[in-house]
Design a protein around this ligand. Structure first.
Ligand code: FES
Length: 141
């Protein structure tokens, strides 16, 4: 059973924008507001060379990595052909305009992978639950 933890409101993310959720251990998680206000969360680390996907361009339900432009599906974490690879995805719950991620997944998924090669130019915001998690906005659309 998921252990939902509050991240932010949907309106805190610009349309076709993202938020970056840092964790005590492991690469951050990128939360995207995609086409039609669909919310997705994937590891903020491109499977190619670790580019920060939260700084990529969102189109439809995909993101283009800012480093070498590989396209990654936000719904399944898979790299689009002709490239190959995948990035871990995270369960998302949206309730009454508020975004939640599973705290157990945040503590365990992708924690063994190296950090992205480029960092965010971020502002920081608070996340509920008393956990050591930071939410950052790398850019706005
Ligand atoms: S690091 Fe993402 S495409 Fe190369």
């Amino acid at each position: 059973m998921p252990n939902w933890t509050l991240i932010c409101r949907v309106d805190d993310i610009s349309p076709l924008g993202s938020r970056r959720v840092t964790r005590p251990k492991g690469a951050p998680v990128a939360v995207f507001r995609a086409q039609g206000d669909q919310i997705f969360a994937i590891l903020d680390r491109c499977p190619h060379k670790g580019g920060p996907l939260s700084q990529g361009i969102v189109f439809g339900t995909s993101v283009a990595c800012p480093l070498h432009n590989m396209n990654i599906g936000l719904d399944d974490g898979r790299v689009k052909e002709p490239d190959e690879g995948c990035v871990p995805k995270f369960a998302v719950k949206v309730d009454a305009g508020t975004i939640y991620l599973d705290a157990d997944e945040l503590a365990s998924v992708g924690t063994d992978l190296a950090l992205p090669v480029a960092g965010p130019c971020a502002t920081r915001g608070a996340v509920g639950g008393g956990q050591i998690i930071e939410v950052q906005t790398p850019h706005t659309a």
